[in-house]
Design a protein around this ligand. Structure first.
Ligand SMILES: [Zn+2]
Length: 243
């Protein structure tokens, strides 16, 4: 499948009065928690470790952000430890990176492993929880919308959510943003329990060979970091974001 071209957004990177504190979390990787297995048998925990390090490094170099990684190297922090890190610093926002597996996949041999692929459900998704105090859930929603809009604007395809029925609610005004609610089949602890506004970015579909190939490219990671930076600046520029 041909993917649409990516465009790095223009950023105004004037030095702010204080730098925004951002925790980048490489999803999964607690002990025994490998996440999904992708079309080349890549483990989600390894992919997110690499993407998270790349995002944190790029954001750190831009100027307006002070960035900490919630998981790096061989460490296997629990999600509770990541929550403590974000809240004790305290961070202004937490971005947790994941990859997704969706829909009906077919088995095929990939090198030495038998894996699965599905090219019918590409795209990113941003997830946030509607559980908790209204002020906090409003912050999560605005952060999710800012990310969804910036990623779409940079040419990343938003996932429409066909396989999310019963798991998350879509947001028609911001396609790619999804709400996790108390009533859903799977409530995501990391999204609903942190006092710092937190979102998950499902960066791409790990069973889609075209998307996996694109996300291996430096340019994709460069544009992604610029888009995330744009979203964070849009989010922090709004007065409600300031504590
Ligand atoms: Zn995941």
């Amino acid at each position: 499948m041909a993917l649409a071209p990516l465009r790095a957004p223009q950023l105004g990177l004037a030095k702010p009065a204080r730098r925004w504190r951002v925790v980048v979390d490489a999803g999964h990787g607690a002990r025994g928690n490998d996440g999904n297995t992708g079309c080349h048998c890549q483990r989600e925990r390894d992919v997110t470790l690499e993407l998270g390090f790349g995002l944190a490094t790029r954001l750190s170099l831009m100027g307006p952000f002070e960035v900490r990684l919630a998981r790096e190297g061989d460490a296997e922090p629990s999600y509770a430890q990541r929550k403590t890190l974000a809240e004790s610093w305290p961070a202004d926002a937490v971005i947790s990176l994941h990859t997704d597996v969706r829909g009906t996949a077919s088995a095929f041999a990939s090198g030495s492993c038998v894996s699965y692929r599905n090219a019918a459900a590409p795209g990113f998704a941003v997830l946030w929880s509607a559980e908790g105090p209204a002020a906090l859930t409003a912050q999560r929603q605005r952060l999710s919308w800012a990310l969804t809009d910036a990623l779409s604007g940079a040419g990343f395809k938003a996932y429409a959510g066909d396989d999310y029925v019963g798991l998350y609610d879509g947001e028609p005004e911001h396609v790619g943003s999804f709400i996790n609610r108390k009533t859903h089949a799977r409530r995501i602890w990391f999204l609903r329990s942190l006092e710092v506004p937190t979102v998950i970015i499902e960066t791409h579909h790990a069973l889609d060979e075209s998307e996996v190939a694109r996300w291996a490219e430096t340019r994709t990671r460069d544009v992604f970091a610029r888009a995330v930076a744009k979203a964070l600046l849009d989010y922090f520029d709004a007065p409600e974001a300031v504590r």
